[in-house]
Design a binder for this molecule. Structure first.
Ligand SMILES: Cc1c2[nH]c(c1CCC(=O)O)Cc1[nH]c(c(CCC(=O)O)c1C)Cc1[nH]c(c(CCC(=O)O)c1C)Cc1[nH]c(c(C)c1CCC(=O)O)C2
Length: 344
């Protein structure tokens, strides 16, 4: 059957006059309706595990803007929690987790097949969304990449340079690799369950891939993404995978062929002209407007949006930001970006 949804057509390699568009963190604190539903849920994690409300916040940006894709509302850190880590969010600061730096802490983690006990409400959210989304909107499921998830599990929080994870990688490579393998296996099961529940595309977020270089990038960013993508393709033929090795720089070159992903998401540290030549030659790309334009707006937003659309116009492209939209963004600037992409 020929694809009718714009996003799936781009992922299948179709070049479109107007690219499909969605936005990382499109359900988020910049939207008053999100803040209201989050308050109703109580806190962020309660929202993630409440299927009705998580589906509601996923749908809010679709109703307001008519994006071509909806991304499941959840978080990459639900997987560590499902593996037995303690997880909580400190208001204004971010996530906190129990740490894994010793063998005994790793040994206390749960086996992979235990994750569904914790994650089943997420699958219910996906089922609700696949019933309720407009027929032209694609539903994207997601997970964190093993390296990025491991950086949080090792440090117990977000870190500017992923220092604790690099220290474990060098100091106890065996333990580090065992942790990555556990996360990889859990991620395959988690994404697979999202697809069974109705996700039509999955995205792997490697937000901290940029701190891996050379051989380490190949072993801990490329290889886990390849293993996950291959398993997804074997179990669910035809389901496209988007990889996001954020700030990979030269590592974006060849990433699609090395991992098997159908699309590479680009951050805004690379220029669209460079990426069109070096990355889009392998297939679909997604990106890459700086999310700061959602705060500042104006002619610069319009000019930069047009530049990106033009640079990627000769190949398959999904318009997106280079990273998540921030809480201080103005919802009117999002509309301006969409109007610029769709209206020229
Ligand atoms: C590293 C990472 C995380 N989570 C995620 C990543 C990878 C992408 C990236 O690099 O941004 C991915 C993520 N997080 C969230 C989504 C939902 C879907 C969407 O994009 O709209 C997705 C895809 C919701 C969220 N995840 C979080 C929020 C804000 C929580 C709130 O409402 O208070 C949302 C909407 C919290 C979160 N979650 C995480 C952090 C570091 C934080 C705190 C920072 C912040 O507050 O923005 C971990």
């Amino acid at each position: 059957m020929a694809e009718t949804k714009k996003l799936l057509r781009a992922l299948a390699g179709e070049v479109q006059d107007v690219p499909p568009i969605w936005m990382m963190r499109q359900a988020g604190r910049y939207l008053p309706e999100y803040r209201a539903t989050r308050a109703q849920a109580g806190d962020f994690l309660s929202l993630c595990y409440n299927p009705e409300l998580a589906a509601e916040v996923t749908l809010q940006p679709i109703r307001r803007y008519g994006f071509d894709a909806a991304i499941l509302f959840a978080d990459i850190l639900l997987v560590p929690q499902a593996l037995g880590a303690d997880l909580w969010f400190v208001t204004g600061e971010g996530p906190r987790l129990s740490t894994i730096t010793q063998q005994a802490e790793f040994d206390a983690l749960k086996p992979v097949d235990a994750i569904h006990e914790t994650l089943s409400p997420v699958y219910e959210t996906v089922r609700i969304l696949s019933r309720e989304l407009p027929s032209e909107t694609t539903l994207i499921g997601f997970a964190g990449a093993p390296w990025t998830v491991a950086t949080y599990m090792i440090a117990g929080r977000g870190t500017p340079d992923q220092g604790p994870a690099h220290a474990l990688r060098e100091g106890d490579t065996g333990l580090f690799e065992a942790l990555l393998d556990r996360i990889t296996a859990a991620t395959i099961e988690y994404l697979s369950a999202q697809i069974d529940a109705g996700a039509e595309v999955v995205k792997i977020f490697d937000s901290w891939a940029g701190s891996l270089r050379g051989e380490a990038f190949r072993k801990y960013a490329v290889e886990p993404c390849r293993v996950i993508t291959q398993a997804i393709k074997e179990r669910h033929p035809g389901i496209p995978v988007i990889g996001f090795p954020r700030e990979a720089g030269d590592g974006y070159i060849g990433f699609a062929s090395l991992t098997g992903v159908d699309c590479v998401a680009l951050d805004n540290s690379v220029s669209p002209e460079w990426a069109a030549e070096k990355v889009q030659i392998d297939g679909c790309v997604q990106g890459n407007l700086a999310s700061s334009h959602m705060v500042t707006g104006g002619q610069a937003l319009v000019d930069e949006t047009r530049r990106i659309v033009e640079a990627f116009s000769k190949g398959p492209h999904i318009f997106n930001l280079g990273h998540g939209i921030t809480p201080d963004a103005d919802p009117d600037n999002v509309q301006l970006m969409i109007d610029t992409v769709r209206g020229g």
